[in-house]
Design a binder for this molecule. Structure first.
Ligand code: NAD
Length: 294
């Protein structure tokens, strides 16, 4: 769809990282932006800064894991702006799971699924019927990750499983929108091609009590800065993609009605080929051997 001044974009996880960059980019294109996030103070700060810069924003504290909260978000968005054109189901968390997959706590799975998978579904459920009924052009962007969305990442398996689900959910959404011949497009976003400096490494800051860990972690959470320092010490340089570049990729992708928002990357292409080839050859997944650590 063609993005135009006066349209409305809704972004979940808008108070930090990629979501905040998306919100800024839509505002720069003249869109009104509905900012949704569970982290109240960061959300208020983002909204205040954007409003001071001249953007028309509405901030709504939202827990995407809660269907009613997302329905309330849709009510607020339609109440303020009459129509929604762009929906970014972007809020996401790392799971905090440790050890082997059979050692992960059920609550690690429940929390990550509640935000990364149910959160996307709740967005689809709350907004799509209204977007279809409105009859205007629209686009939905669901944030996956190369970790899981492209190939399994056994070192972060809970997260990867949720992100694989986002790909399949978005493929289904796309088919259903096409079957209804709506003017609404759908995309799955793989932020990158490199790592991003965002708050994802500190996702546990927003972990609700109902999914609290039932036993203490064996190792303390590592910050991105600590991880980066450890990589440097091991002689490995890490490349980062600016979040603004991801936002630009999304805006271009919406304009081009591109389903796969997958930035060019030899690394990703190698992973896709290796996995597809293993399936086509009915060969065991040797491409996972580099992950077999400790
Ligand atoms: N950072 C990366 O390297 C990377 C790579 C690929 C994909 N992603 C994905 O990008 C998306 C954005 O993450 P980010 O990297 O900007 O991290 P981030 O932590 O900076 O931003 C995520 C935002 O989601 C919010 N959030 C968490 N739980 C929520 C809930 N229940 N309801 C509403 N909001 C909630 C957080 O408060 C935060 O503002 C996520 O889906 C993440 O999985 C990130």
């Amino acid at each position: 769809m063609r993005l135009a001044r006066g349209q409305t974009a809704v972004v979940t996880g808008a108070a930090s990282g990629i979501g905040r960059a998306l919100a800024h980019r839509f505002a720069a294109a003249g869109l009104r932006v509905v900012l949704a996030d569970i982290e109240e103070a960061a959300l208020a700060e983002t909204a205040a800064q954007m409003a001071a810069d001249g953007a028309e924003v509405l901030a709504q504290v939202t827990d995407v894991a809660d269907a009613d909260s997302v329905l309330a978000l849709a009510d607020a968005a339609y109440g303020a702006f009459d129509a929604v054109h762009v929906l970014c189901n972007n809020a996401g968390v790392g799971s905090g799971a440790e050890g082997r997959i059979w050692e992960h706590e059920a609550r690690d799975w429940q929390w990550a699924f509640s935000v990364n998978v149910w959160g996307v579904f709740h967005g689809i459920q709350a907004f799509i019927p209204r977007m279809i009924a409105g009859g205007e052009p629209g686009h939905v962007v669901n944030t996956s990750s190369g970790d899981g969305g492209i190939a399994p990442l056994p070192t972060a398996s809970v997260y990867a499983v949720t992100k694989a689900a986002v790909v399949t959910m978005t493929e289904s959404l796309y088919a259903h929108l096409r079957a209804e011949t709506t003017a609404i497009g759908a995309s799955v976003l793989f932020p990158g091609p490199h790592m991003l400096r965002t708050g994802l490494w500190e996702s546990h800051r927003n972990r609700p009590q109902r999914y609290a860990k039932q036993r203490p972690r064996r190792n303390p959470y590592r910050t991105l800065t600590q991880w980066e320092a450890a990589m440097k010490q091991a002689g490995r340089e890490v490349a980062f993609t600016p979040v603004e570049q991801v936002a630009e990729h999304v805006v271009e992708g919406i304009g081009a009605d591109r389903f796969w928002m997958l930035p060019a990357s030899e690394h990703s292409d190698r992973q896709i080929r290796a996995r597809a080839q293993s399936m086509l050859d009915r060969a065991n997944p040797a491409y996972l051997e580099s992950f077999i650590l400790d």
